[in-house]
Structures are given as C-alpha cells and as structure tokens.
Ligand binder design. Structure first.
Ligand code: TXA
Ligand code: MG
Length: 339
C-alpha cells in the first residue's frame, strides 16, 4: 500500500494513545476516575466539584463516606475557590512547603461538596510536586479530590502496577510515572485548630513545621478516633505483621518457620549468617530510602504469599517518626480498619 493511501485510510488514534494527560483531563471532566502518581503515593482522582464522580472514589476503594478526601490543586492562587479564610500560618507553610508533601486542613469554602469533606466544615488541600500530577492539575484547572489509590485499609500504591492490580477496571485510567520519590503519604496539619495539630506524619517533620511557624504544634494521639481515617489499622499487608526488637528478629523468624509459617523479615540490619527457613530482606540504612521502597516491599510480601512479616522500628528521628507510625499501624489490631 502506498504511504499516502495508508495515511488516508488510517483511523484516528484511540484516545488512550494520544497524550495520556489530555486523555486523563477528558476523563476527569466526564466524571471518571484517574489514578495519577504524586511524589508521595498514587492518588485516585475525580473532579472534586462533581459529587457523582467523587462517589465513585468511595465505591472503588470501598471506603466509608465519612472519611474526607484531600483536594489537589496546581497553584496556591486557587485556594480562594476552595477555602473560606486562609490564615497567615497557612500562607507561611504554603510558601515553604508547596508544591510538596504537605496537606493543610482549612475552613472549607461553601461551594466545596460535602461528600469531599466527609460532611464536615473543613477541607484538606495539597499542591503536589510530581511533574505528572502538576501537569494534570494545570491542564485540568480545577480541584482533584484524591485519596491514596488503594483498597480501604490496604497498602498505598507507589507504582502504576500496584493500582492496576488492586483496583483494576474500577479506574478509568492509570497514568504512568517514574515512581513516587518520597514513598509515604503527606504530612497533614490541621490549621482549623489553634495551635495547629499534626494529624499524620510524613516526610515533612514536626520540627520542620515548628521551625517554619516559629512555635510548637500538637500531634494527634495515634489511637484517637477523633479524626476520620486515623484509626490504628492502616497500610496493612495481608501477612500477619509483628514488630519485634532487632535482636529477636532471627530467633522469632526461625521459630515461626519451624512451626510451618512462610516468614519474611524486613530490617535495616544485615541478615544473620544462617537464615534457616525464612527470608530476610535488608532495607537501606538511609531512612528516606526506606520510605521510598517500603510500600513496594509490602506489596511484594503479599505477592509472594508470605504469612508472617517481622520487622523492627527505626529511631523516632526525621522521617523515622512517620515510618514508625506506618509500621505500627501495619501491625495494628486487625479489628479496626481505616482508609
Ligand atoms: O500523600 C497524600 O496525602 C496522598 C496523595 C494521593 O496526595 N493522599 C492520601 O489521601 O493519603 P488519603 O485519603 O489516603 O489520606 C488522607 C487522610 C485521611 O485519613 C483523611 O481522613 C484525612 O486525610 N483528611 C482529609 N481531609 C480531612 C479533613 N478535612 N479533616 C480531617 N482529616 C482529613
Ligand atoms: Mg490512604
């Protein structure tokens, strides 16, 4: 066939092979769901102004409607459309940490649908820094409501393949990205309380927030249920998960393996010379590198069908505080579930 002829007869490229971000914007406008990479974890996004689209997020995740969603924006000048009064403290934090892994809870603008805020009067706002998320938000122009792109109470997704496997055809499009560089969810600070309170720890630490604000901030009690989505269990792999002192890891792993369990250990310590019948995955020394790969490791543990995960906790310093929070929740009481 001659080239000219083939061009004339060629059908238009299917939408998904055209620019994927333009395709994603069309899906958002039509009320569909788009999973997109951020620098923290993958988000499961819908147009925040379309309640019927937002409802699909709750259905896809099997998430209770009382759990509010974070609205993602491209730039701080959009705040006026989403927030009632923007306190000076929010401006200070925005200048220092946005775009980036910080979510601020602020007084909601009356136009924000109650489905987004879990029926409450506040709204969570974040301006992510991942280039794909930024491009999507800029081209879309509005707010994208997005929780982490995982089934309720399960491990957050840091790769497109995690989202495809866990949410499958409940998502209209999964955008590819070079990975989520931070690897754990954003720090959440509630500015509706005075002084502000940290609802969730992340890569931005309590010390950094306090240094920027110039005063002390509170930290919510981990086991409090005052804030939706802050229940003890979260981020859980299917394997039973136990926190163990570092010097007990090999002993307990050997005992469980001898009793017939498929056991894996996650630790920054090196594997013992003899690992008997269990698996030992050594994590990097650098805690930021641990955060970057933690959820991928937890997904792999499920994929390998391990039955028992033993891990030790890093020191409560820098991002170590957020890692302790996630790991403790992964090992939490399995009768209470969240997000
Ligand atoms: O890094 C992140 O924050 C990721 C990416 C996708 O941005 N998002 C994320 O969303 O982790 P999600 O829904 O999985 O966790 C957000 C938490 C939930 O526990 C939710 O209850 C809480 O933030 N939250 C959201 N809006 C809130 C509000 N107005 N008041 C109190 N808590 C809120
Ligand atoms: Mg989540």
């Amino acid at each position: 066939m001659k080239l000219a002829e083939s061009c004339m007869t060629e059908p238009a490229l299917p939408a998904e092979l055209q620019d994927p971000i333009d395709h994603a914007v069309r899906i958002l406008r039509m009320g569909g769901l788009v999973a997109f990479p951020t620098e923290t974890v993958y988000g499961l996004g819908a147009d925040a102004m379309q309640p019927s689209a937002v409802a699909k997020i709750f259905a896809a995740k099997n998430r209770p409607p009382s759990h509010p969603l974070i609205v993602h924006l491209a730039a701080p000048d959009q705040l006026r459309d989403w927030v009632g009064t923007v306190p000076d403290q929010a401006k200070v934090l925005a200048t220092k940490f946005w775009p980036g892994p910080l979510t601020m809870i602020l007084e909601k603008h009356p136009r924000v649908p109650l489905l987004v805020t879990g029926g409450g009067g506040s709204v969570g706002i974040r301006i992510p820094s991942h280039p794909v998320a930024r491009e999507l938000l800029q081209r879309f122009g509005g707010g994208v409501a997005a929780p982490s792109a995982n089934p309720f109470s399960r491990v957050s997704a840091t790769l497109a393949s995690h989202v495809r496997r866990d949410l499958g055809d409940r998502v209209d499009l999964v955008l590819e990205g070079d990975g989520c560089d931070i690897g754990i969810e954003s720090t959440i600070v509630d500015l509706c309380q005075s002084p502000p309170v940290i609802l969730r720890l992340g890569a931005i630490t309590q010390q950094e927030l306090e240094q920027t604000l110039g005063f002390s901030v509170g930290r919510i009690n981990r086991r409090s249920t005052a804030s939706p989505g802050q229940h003890p269990v979260h981020y859980s792999p299917r394997a039973e998960t136990r926190i163990v002192a570092t010097d007990q890891l090999a002993i307990q792993a050997a005992a469980a393996a001898a009793a017939g369990q498929r056991v894996v250990v996650l630790s920054r310590s090196p594997a013992p010379l003899k690992t008997f019948d269990f698996t030992w995955w050594q994590l990097p020394e650098d805690l930021a590198a641990v955060a970057r790969q933690l959820y991928r490791r937890l997904h792999e543990i499920d994929a390998h069908g391990f039955e028992l995960l033993l891990l030790d906790l890093p020191a409560d310093e820098g991002i170590g505080a957020a890692l302790r929070d996630r790991l403790t929740r992964a090992a939490g009481n399995s009768t209470v579930r969240s997000t």
